[in-house]
Design a protein around this ligand. Structure first.
Ligand code: HT7
Ligand code: ZN
Length: 876
């Protein structure tokens, strides 16, 4: 295909100062009239051709300065229109009328229908599916939008900014006019027209602006938007207090829709949300759902400054808005909840999604230099690793430096379409730091590794740490340069306290951060009175690996004594991981699996330690997942062996700790009635994790069934159902619970997604048939991305044994599903098939089957650019 290259970026020859859009809405034949105030950029030759983007548009008419263009004045192609006859003046008006069919739009990009309503999604390149335009983020324009539609079926007519006019028309139609005073790129345009209910509130900004807040949801569901509203108000306040960012319009609206390609979209003043990230009540939403709503509401709101006021020059700079905004929403959630628990969850997510991406064929730098389909670059590397890079900036320049740098960024670039270089320059100018080497984090793909050796010289009271960095990257060709890696550390003494030292040589050490910059450092700490164990990467200060793992004795010590909660969890996980790998090896070679008494003892101590947060105890008791273990093993993976090994270790631990598990289970009492706060959520999480372990040890299916039927909230209900399904898939109790759940929620698609997901993740060979059966259920639809992700996504990503069945049918199924979906929604299809990116790491038989299935999909006649791009890279 044709690749777009960063180095080819060129400013546009033309600017659009002002856009007047008029929509005459109709289900099949919507007319869009666009009047563009065009301006030829300085230095551009008179008559330079004007090329506008367009995708699946029907051109009705085109005129310049009110004169219709004759057919030889322009040229239409599959991706747009090229206008060759232009006036001599450097300013002129272009009037374009297009006809589009929202009902036929199943890609959910551009203007489409959802539950009978009209809705848009324009990021990244959806606006060109509405009208011909310079659809690139560096074209900022002031939008005025007139929407006309049927008064009965679409009483609500919304767009960005403020409503400046509205009224009735003939033929039962009406109209509204919206004006957004803030110049914006087309990807931030939004329109919603339909019939919804609204939850309203107000917010007074710190400079005294009164902001109307409106959340639109299906009629009757307004009370379920209360948590989203509360999250919004907390986000607005937090952004003022922590970043000094105030909202800048008189109204902020959120619309919840049930057909949406991603989580939500930050359109100026009119965020559009996947309704699963808006609607919540105790009966239907889990604690995780509440946490997601809080995070995503905050994320989209924070984009108002990091994304909208300051946007991206081009899509290579996507991490400029996404990495920074993810970092901001993480900090917000950490402030609202438990910071260490939040950090542990982030790192688990990073390792589960970003590390494998960075280690496989789809690896790319945080700022890519080429793409053929931009939709495929909304990745966890751009988002999550991008956020880690922002976090490292802060670690390097300190809290104060970070604040000065961000203040400067907002001041200097407000109203700009900026680049990563601009962002880095703000840190350099505000702090004086030299960040040239650090900026490699944006350019070099792959996860760096640190190899560590330590030595204590008792006689000289000297502690030596040797650190060697390396980067093995599958996509970096040419030289790999050493990175600047900030390593937060402590020298933990025998009593668990951090030891002091009198001096240090061999690396820059500022405060508790070692700045690793060279391929190798030999760092000497002088005046260390006792032999320490070094705690490294506290708070996960850099997204790197440490291989080989530290000695078991050191990990066990840190798991008990490190004063950094994250580092304690990390040490425990590493200890468990080593065992799980060994156990997998033992299973493969037919040996008996044993869990180490040390690991069990530490877990027992954590389980019984009531001074620790329940959420933290739950995380520790969960142990690394099958996918975590597979990633650590890295090659020749046999998912069945991993499953068996992990189950046996968990069985052992559960049996050893049974009495305490039972006592703790009985003692834990989450608040009644239900409150969704982090503390209560933590208690539920611990209690439900314990339930799983007890059922493991005792086979007491009754207990899980009781937990299920006694549940007064969705967290307990779904967790109990999951325990039943995973541990007793064939039990009568499980069948009964599944049916009770289905009957109770058949009319609630977001809840039914949990029912699909839980069943899709039941391990073993029967999973595929189960998933095929479920895909025929009335509640399932290939046209709805949430359904597809819940059933097919959960199966391919969350069911290692079921999906990786040794006969390869799982791979064929996913490739067929992708082909089928590709005809409907290429963006979601492309996302689906990324589940096979690590196929090369599987043992030979499986990887052969996977290759065959992928090749056969690639040979399909009519593949979208989205799926083709992923396949070509996956197979390269
Ligand atoms: N910025 C938003 C990205 C997004 C998106 C991208 C492509 C296709 C559909 C989409 N929906 C939302 C989401 C965000 O990061 O805030
Ligand atoms: Zn975002």
């Amino acid at each position: 295909g044709t690749a777009i290259l960063l180095e080819d970026y060129r400013p546009s020859d033309y600017q659009i100062d002002k856009v007047d859009l008029a929509f005459s809405l109709d289900a099949q034949e919507t007319l869009v009239t666009s009047i563009l105030s065009m301006r030829r950029a300085e230095g551009v030759a008179e008559g330079a051709p004007l090329v506008l983007h367009g995708d699946e548009l029907e051109l009705v008419s085109i005129a310049i300065n009110d004169t219709a263009l004759s057919e030889d004045g322009y040229e239409l192609s599959a991706d747009g229109i090229s206008i060759n006859k232009l006036p001599a003046n450097d300013v002129f008006t272009l009037k374009i009328v297009t006809r589009i069919n929202p009902t036929a739009n199943k890609k959910l990009m551009g203007l489409y229908r959802t539950s009978g309503n009209f809705c848009t999604q324009c990021e990244a390149e959806g606006f060109r599916r509405i009208t011909y335009y310079l659809d690139r983020p560096d074209i900022l324009s002031v939008f005025t939008v007139r929407i006309e539609g049927d008064s009965k079926t679409v009483p609500l007519l919304l767009s960005n900014g403020n409503c400046t006019d509205k009224g009735a028309l003939e033929n039962g139609r009406h109209f509204a006019v919206w004006h957004d005073p803030h110049p914006k790129p087309a990807y931030l345009f939004a329109l919603f027209a339909g019939d919804l209910g609204v939850l309203k509130d107000r917010f007074k900004t710190r400079s005294g602006r009164d902001v109307t807040l409106e959340i639109y949801v299906e009629h009757g569901k307004e009370p379920r938007a209360a948590y989203a509203m509360d999250s919004l108000i907390r986000s607005m306040k937090w952004d003022e207090e922590v970043y000094g960012c105030e909202y800048d319009l008189d109204i902020f609206m959120i619309v919840a829709v049930s057909d949406f390609n991603m989580g939500a979209m930050e359109n100026k003043g009119l965020n559009v949300f996947n309704d699963k990230y808006v609607l919540a009540d105790p009966e239907t939403a889990t604690d995780q759902d509440y946490a997601n709503i809080e995070a995503i509401i905050a994320h989209e709101y924070f984009h108002n400054w990091t994304g909208n006021r300051i946007t991206c020059r081009d899509w290579f700079q996507l991490c400029l808005k996404e990495g920074l905004t993810v970092y901001r929403d993480h900090s917000f959630s950490a402030d609202m909840r438990s910071a260490p628990v939040k950090r542990i969850a982030e790192v688990r997510g990073l390792r589960a999604h970003q590390f494998p991406e960075d280690a496989g064929p789809l690896a790319h730098p945080v700022r890519p230099r080429r793409y053929s389909e931009i939709n495929n670059f909304y990745t966890s590397t751009v988002y999550e690793k991008g956020s880690e890079v922002v976090g490292m900036f802060k670690t390097i320049v300190g809290e104060e430096g970070y604040k000065r740098a961000l203040d400067l960024y907002f001041e200097r670039h407000d109203g700009d379409a900026a680049t990563i270089e601009d962002f880095i320059k703000c840190f350099e100018d505000a702090t004086g730091a030299d960040l040239k080497q650090f900026s490699l984090w944006y350019d070099q793909a792959g996860t760096p590794n640190l190899a560590i050796e330590t030595n204590y010289d008792e006689a000289h009271k000297r502690f030596t740490v040797n650190i060697a960095q390396s980067l093995k990257s599958s996509v970096v060709t040419g030289d790999v340069e050493p990175m600047h890696i900030p390593v937060r550390f402590g020298l933990v003494g025998p009593q668990g306290n951090d030891l002091a030292y009198s001096g240090v040589t061999g690396a820059d050490v500022t405060g508790d951060v070692i700045h690793v910059r060279e391929p190798k450092h030999s760092i000497h700490f002088e005046g260390v009175e006792q032999e320490p164990v070094i705690s490294l990467l506290r708070g996960f200060s850099a997204p790197v690996t440490i291989i080989p793992e530290r000695a078991d004795s050191e990990l066990a010590f840190l798991a008990r004594h490190d004063n950094d909660e994250f580092a304690r969890w990390e040490a425990l996980s590493s200890l468990a991981m080593r065992q799980l790998r060994q156990a997998t090896h033992d299973v493969e070679s037919g040996k008996a699996v044993k869990s180490s008494p040390e690991l069990t003892t530490i877990l027992y101590e954590i389980l019984s330690d009531e001074t620790l947060e329940p959420a933290y105890r739950a995380l520790c008791l969960s142990l690394p997942s099958e996918a975590d273990i597979a990633r650590e093993i890295g090659s020749d993976i046999n998912p069945d062996a991993i499953y068996t090994a992990r189950s046996q270790i968990l069985d052992d631990i559960a049996k050893e700790c049974l009495a305490t598990l039972q006592a703790t289970y009985a003692k834990l009492n989450p608040a009644k009635p239900f409150v969704p706060d982090a503390t209560s959520a933590g208690i539920r999480s611990l209690r439900n994790t314990i339930l799983g372990l007890i059922v493991r040890a005792t086979g007491d299916v009754e207990l899980a069934a009781k937990h299920f039927s006694n549940a007064d909230n969705m967290t307990d209900r779904a967790d109990a159902l999951s325990v039943l399904a995973l541990q007793a898939p064939d039990a009568e109790e499980t069948a009964l619970a599944l049916e009770t759940f289905r009957a109770g929620y058949a009319d609630n698609p977001i809840v039914m997604d949990k029912w699909f997901a839980i069943q899709a993740m039941i391990p073993g060979g029967g999973a595929l048939e189960r998933v095929e059966q479920l895909s025929k259920s009335d509640s399932f639809s290939w046209e709805n991305p949430n359904r597809v992700r819940a059933l097919i996504g959960s199966f391919s990503v969350g069911n290692p044994t079921g999906f990786n069945r040794a006969d390869g049918v799982g791979y064929r199924f996913l490739c067929d599903a992708t082909a089928r979906l590709d005809d409907i929604n290429p963006q979601v299809a492309a996302r689906l098939i990324t589940a096979m990116r690590s196929w090369r790491n599987l043992e030979k038989k499986r990887s052969d089957f996977a290759l065959e299935a992928l090749k056969s999909l690639l040979s399909k006649e009519k593949l979208s650019r989205d799926v083709r791009d992923i396949l070509e890279r996956t197979l390269a």
